[in-house]
Design a protein around this ligand. Structure first.
Ligand SMILES: C[S@@+](CC[C@H](N)C(=O)[O-])C[C@H]1O[C@@H](n2cnc3c(N)ncnc32)[C@H](O)[C@@H]1O
Length: 342
């Protein structure tokens, strides 16, 4: 590649990042959502209706117009198709891409400084940006709930069995609770208990289960996975993108604890990004993003796992295990079943 074409490539990438920066501001401050509701508005009306500062909103509108999120309209501005795509409540919202881009920039800056000392401050780094934290759960829901509902859920018979037993599913590291809500919507007899370390996630999970009419079957609590005491034996323990968060601490004790909680024949269902054995696969676009995320996981005291590494943790304890790969082999679901008789 010539220097000229490299310059062009990097400038285009920089413009892409700027565009997502502008989108992020509009998402987290409700500017896209407000403009969608109003249809069209001046920057002043948009500021008033979204309860934001007028001078900031004026500058944002100019930039959002420059990057094609807004179109000029007789009364001021209206959303373009790419602006509509950033509305967080739209069915196929692209909001997660904007949230992820700012979270990634934050984690890159943290990794750059921490590499000098080797410190790994842990989960708290995610909460350092106050505007990001409330969007973390929603970002994961928008990214993964469709894959779960349409592809993963129909392939895991364990859920229907738990439903027949009117059983309890425990979701460790439940985020905003979207997974238990999906299960409860599909299976009318299944009950759920979700635990997460971030109070904001639990607040959103409780609010959503109330508004979806599922609060009689779903409970959510804030706390640490390592301190959890469950009120009754459990038919299924799920962890979605959460096992790698606790893996470096003491996975063996955690797995033993899970086995003690399960009823005979009960299940553990783990969903994790599938870290490849072969480094050359990291070149593919989906895994390229995962390789960056693994660096940001390192800051949090975590690292991604090979599916086989997870499976063997459970099979070593005499559990029946299976591994299924989804989404071009980037997502792994490991199901482990406790024997019906020990
Ligand atoms: C990547 S998120 C996944 C959230 C959710 N399972 C989902 O799929 O949307 C990992 C979650 O695990 C939670 N977590 C990590 N370590 C935890 C711990 N020790 N106790 C409770 N929650 C924890 C984090 O707060 C975070 O919400």
């Amino acid at each position: 590649m010539t220097n000229e074409s490299l310059t062009l490539q990097f400038r285009q990438q920089a413009q892409g990042a700027l565009s997502l920066n502008i989108a992020y501001i509009g998402v987290v401050n409700g500017l896209f959502a407000t403009l969608e509701r109003l249809g069209s508005a001046s920057s002043q009306q948009l500021a008033e209706q979204s309860a934001m500062d007028q001078a900031y909103v004026l500058r944002w509108c100019d930039a959002a117009f420059a990057f094609g999120y807004l179109e000029e309209h007789a009364l001021g501005f209206r959303l373009s198709p790419s602006g509509s795509a950033m509305c967080p409540d739209s069915k196929e919202t692209l909001m997660p891409i904007a949230i992820q881009s700012i979270l990634s920039a934050h984690m890159a800056e943290r990794a750059a400084a921490l590499m000098r000392t080797g410190e790994r401050p842990g989960e708290s780094t995610l909460a350092e940006r106050t505007t990001v934290l409330p969007w973390f759960g929603r970002m994961l829901e928008a990214n993964f709930s469709s894959l779960f509902n349409h592809t993963i859920l129909p392939q895991i018979p364990a859920y229907a069995q738990v439903n027949q037993q009117h059983g309890l599913v425990v979701d460790l590291g439940c985020g905003n609770g979207w997974y238990l809500r999906s299960l409860a919507q599909h299976f009318p007899h299944l009950r759920g208990f979700g635990l997460d370390g971030f109070a904001e996630n639990i607040r959103q999970a409780q609010e959503k289960s109330q508004s979806s009419g599922l609060a009689n079957r779903l409970q959510f609590h804030c706390g640490d996975i390592h301190q959890l005491q469950l009120p009754e034996p459990v038919q299924l323990i799920a962890m979605n993108r959460a096992l790698h968060h606790v893996f470096e601490k003491d996975p063996e004790t955690l797995i033993d604890w899970m086995l003690q909680q399960l009823t005979p024949g009960g299940y553990v269902v783990i969903w994790e990004p599938a870290w490849p054995n072969d480094r050359s696969r990291l070149h593919t676009p989906a895994l390229r993003a995962m390789s960056f995320q693994n660096l940001s996981e390192h800051v949090q005291g975590n690292h991604f796992l090979h599916p086989e590494e997870i499976r063997s943790l459970f099979s070593r304890r005499g559990m029946q295990t299976s591994v299924s790969l989804f989404n071009q082999d980037t997502e792994a679901v490991i199901v482990a079943q406790r024997a019906t008789m020990d």
